[in-house]
Design a protein around this ligand. Sequence first.
Ligand code: FAD
Ligand code: NAP
Length: 337
Amino acid sequence: MHSLHNISLKPYNTFGIDAQADRLVRFANAQEVQSYFEALQQPEHPHLVIGGGSNLLFSKDYKGVLYKIENKGIELYKEDAEHVYIKVAAGEVWDDVVAHCVAQQWGGIENLSLIPGTAGAAAVQNIGAYGVEIAQRLVWVEAVDMNTGQMHVFDREDLSYGYRYSAFKDEKREYLITHIGLRLDKIPQYVLTYKGVLAYLEAQKYAHTLHNIRKAIVAIRESKLPKPEALGNAGSFFKNPVISAQKLSHLQAEHADIPFYRLQDSTNVKVPAAWLIEQSGAHLIAFGDAQVYDKHALILVNKGNATGADLYRLAQAIQHKVHQRFGIRIEPEVLIY
Ligand code: FAD
Ligand code: NAP
């Protein structure tokens, strides 16, 4: 366990915001996490668990303690005729986990290629892309209760998974995830429902294999999304709003071309927030180096010297403009502190 005082957060958030934190506690493994919180009997106040900082916006200095687990390991612990079960350390880089599984010919998470961040955070966020969410593959999540130091293993069913949502964002926010369990397929079932992926495979004349799907997704993402090392960002800043069928038909009267996707088991539809931002003109708003990425209106970028406050102001101005234009409130996916 390492404890660092008065640190710059710049290396710990992909926006590259140079805010300060009072303290950062880094754990090498789950035992260190348990011992630390067993001794403390309650976490410091305020506190925040961080992974790779790829979904966080520090709008000001963090006057509290950050906890970060840096354990590693991907272990096959069980298999049957159809599946393998793996135990993944929370501190693993998520994309290394995907690369490993694809190399082993284990199917199920290839569509989640190149998503930044750690395996632990992936289970908090219920990361999703190209029609796949990690919740579909999670079996259990192991986490330490920061109020007691006790280890718990939660079944996926007990974690209220939904669109970019899990119980770790709510009633289980006092848990620090140490490992996750995933079930993967020995005979992969490809999810190619997003037009771009299929079109890419066809254009390249790539056969449908795990390796080629990963390759396609990496290529698409590299062409569309800014690399945080080159241009500070936290991916999609807002979630795609879900609206009623009635609201949709109201909007269609004025915008016949509004894109939407039907949700399973619901009459509600999902509307791409990027479209709402562009149509409202909100993508043209900027506060100094806090700007909207020119290739993707859902992504806010730090062009160099933006402060967290600049980015926060930009996000609020975009929300306001979209609401004014469409009467839809887009909610941040990025967590703002
Ligand atoms: P952080 O940002 O550090 O933390 C995220 C949340 O998880 C916080 O609430 C934090 O408290 C909590 N947390 C982190 N680790 C733990 C732990 N061990 N225990 C308990 N709580 C923890 N997301 C998608 O879903 N799909 C995408 O396609 C996608 N693409 C992206 C592309 C880019 C270029 C970027 C920059 C981001 C993208 N994201 C995407 C968002 C981001 O990568 C995910 O939300 C990711 O899971 C965040 O991981 P992290 O380790 O950086 O977590
Ligand atoms: P895209 O393919 O241009 O599609 C735009 C939006 O429409 C997406 O947000 C997606 O919703 C939705 N969509 C497209 N095809 C769909 C289908 N067949 N069924 C249901 N919904 C559909 O999106 P993109 O921006 O290039 O991103 C591609 C994928 O990577 C998306 O799944 C996106 O969520 C993910 N991504 C996420 C982040 C992040 O930070 N969270 C950043 C970049 C990319 P969904 O977002 O609900 O899938």
